[in-house]
Design a protein around this ligand. Structure first.
Ligand code: PGA
Length: 282
């Protein structure tokens, strides 16, 4: 203030401080940096060369503080910030589209999105690396807050010309077929192992993939049957390149869940995204 008005008196009026208090602060600053910032010529004060430089520093510091305030008010209202979401591989077929819709309303939000299997999702949650997880089968544990938002039916698929298509299929029928399966650690795999409980030793797992796209290609190419979420096969059903088998006790009725650590302090943007998913979901 003294530098812009070149007057201690004027600065003290503006700052609602006494003139000696202003002079004292300037002296303290000069002692701290070890150079004179003002010089007095007659009754007037002027900035020294060092004073001019200090004024520039002060202006940029004040500019940065104002910028930081703006930034944090946007973070507080959720229009800015970083949203860290991890999504089960199987859920990526619809979750990325949902994230895209959200991004249209919140263009200044940065996204960290990881697509991975159930086991890695849980490890990311436990290490507090993500705000929210979208997954198929959360553990039953009060340590996690779990909210279902959409149905996730699992079905057996086959190539359309397969001899079991159009028939009533029993678990025993499937035991005689080659199965294309997801990797250990996948939620779909966990559901499949549960479905074949008691038969697992007899199961002929011909191929193992960690991607649903590879599973579909393998089934279409005749390598075997597979259990998948219906969310992953919409295009193939439309093109009739895959068929759903009428297997007893299927579809396996599961849900998609939004999960976060119960004690996590959610950022505003994470809260807004959570509400967006829960409201938009069908
Ligand atoms: P996955 O998870 O992609 O790990 O199989 C999906 C699910 O849990 O249903």
């Amino acid at each position: 203030m003294a530098a812009t008005h070149l007057s201690y008196t004027r600065a003290s009026e503006k700052l609602y401080m006494s003139q000696p208090a202003v002079s004292k602060q300037i002296r303290q600053l000069e002692e701290e940096v070890g150079v004179s910032l003002f010089e007095k010529v007659g009754k007037k004060i002027y900035l020294t060369e060092a004073g001019e430089q200090m004024l520039k520093y002060a202006e940029s510091i004040l500019g940065l503080v104002a910028h930081a305030k703006d930034h944090f008010s946007e973070v507080k209202d959720g229009t800015k910030g970083r949203l860290k979401v991890a999504v089960a591989s199987t859920a990526s077929s619809f979750a990325i589209e949902m994230l895209g819709k959200f991004r249209k309303s919140y263009p200044d939000v940065d996204f960290d999105i990881e697509v991975t299997n159930r086991q890695t999702l849980l490890s990311n949650l436990d290490r507090n690396l993500v705000d929210l997880v979208i997954m198929g089968q959360p553990p039953e544990n009060p340590y996690y807050s779990v909210e279902p938002f959409m149905e996730n039916p699992l079905v057996f698929i086959a190539p359309p010309e397969h001899h079991l298509v159009g028939k009533k299929v029993s678990v025993e029928d499937l035991i005689n077929e080659s199965i294309v399966a997801r990797e250990e650690g996948s939620g779909t795999r966990q559901a499949m192992d549960g479905f074949f409980e008691g038969y697992c030793d007899q199961l002929k797992i011909g191929m193992l993939f960690n991607s649903n796209d590879s599973i579909k290609s393998a089934v279409i190419s005749g390598f075997g049957l597979a259990l998948v979420s219906v969310h992953t096969i919409q295009v193939e059903l439309e093109h009739e390149s895959l068929a759903i088998l009428d297997v007893e006790n299927t579809p396996i009725n599961r849900y998609w869940y939004l999960v976060h650590l119960s004690e996590k302090k959610m950022s505003r943007v994470a809260e807004i995204f959570r509400n967006f998913i829960l409201e938009k979901a069908v």
